[in-house]
Design a protein around this ligand. Structure first.
Ligand SMILES: [Zn+2]
Length: 162
């Protein structure tokens, strides 16, 4: 039978071991709290029942700091002003159409770019040769994005994955 892991002994390192059950029971029966002084042999190598020692070994937790508020992670909301014609991502942006001469929200069109072809080649290398390698052509998150003007469908910008 495997013995239990020495977890209890590890927590009591540096403290005197508690007396056995017979010793504790015998001391209570033989010497109840009263005018009787403790026996001389109990002050020998066997320490008395360390009721106070355990209390010192485990100090009470610090009192909660009431005056100090609970610190929460500061979430800073930054407003990003996208300048038209400069930054095009995967979401429609407000851009200035030079054809319509007005500010519009771009319309997205997904086209197969380099990342789609690389994904297709990677799937083919790993054995997906029976049509599974064509899956990237159906995933918009792998495609490049073309921003069109919703009014005149002119191309306003590109977003390339690679
Ligand atoms: Zn336009």
């Amino acid at each position: 039978m495997a013995s239990a892991p020495p977890m209890e002994t590890a927590t009591l390192v540096g403290h005197p071991p508690p007396p056995s059950y017979e010793e504790a029971l015998g001391s209570n029966l033989m010497y109840p709290p009263g005018p009787y002084p403790p026996p001389a042999d109990m002050k020998g190598p066997v320490p008395p029942y360390p009721t106070q020692a355990y209390g010192q070994a485990y100090p009470p937790p610090p009192p909660p700091q009431q005056g100090q508020p609970v610190t929460s992670p500061v979430v800073s909301v930054q407003t990003v002003y996208v300048q038209p014609g400069l930054v095009f991502g995967t979401v429609p942006v407000q851009a200035h159409c030079p054809v319509c001469v007005q500010n519009v929200i771009t319309r997205l069109e997904y086209t197969s770019g380099a990342l789609v072809w690389l994904s297709c080649a990677g799937l083919a290398i790993f054995g997906c040769i029976y049509g599974c390698c064509l899956i990237p052509f159906c995933v918009d998150n792998l495609k490049d994005v073309i921003h069109h003007c919703p009014n005149c469908s002119s191309v306003l910008g590109f977003y390339r994955r690679i």
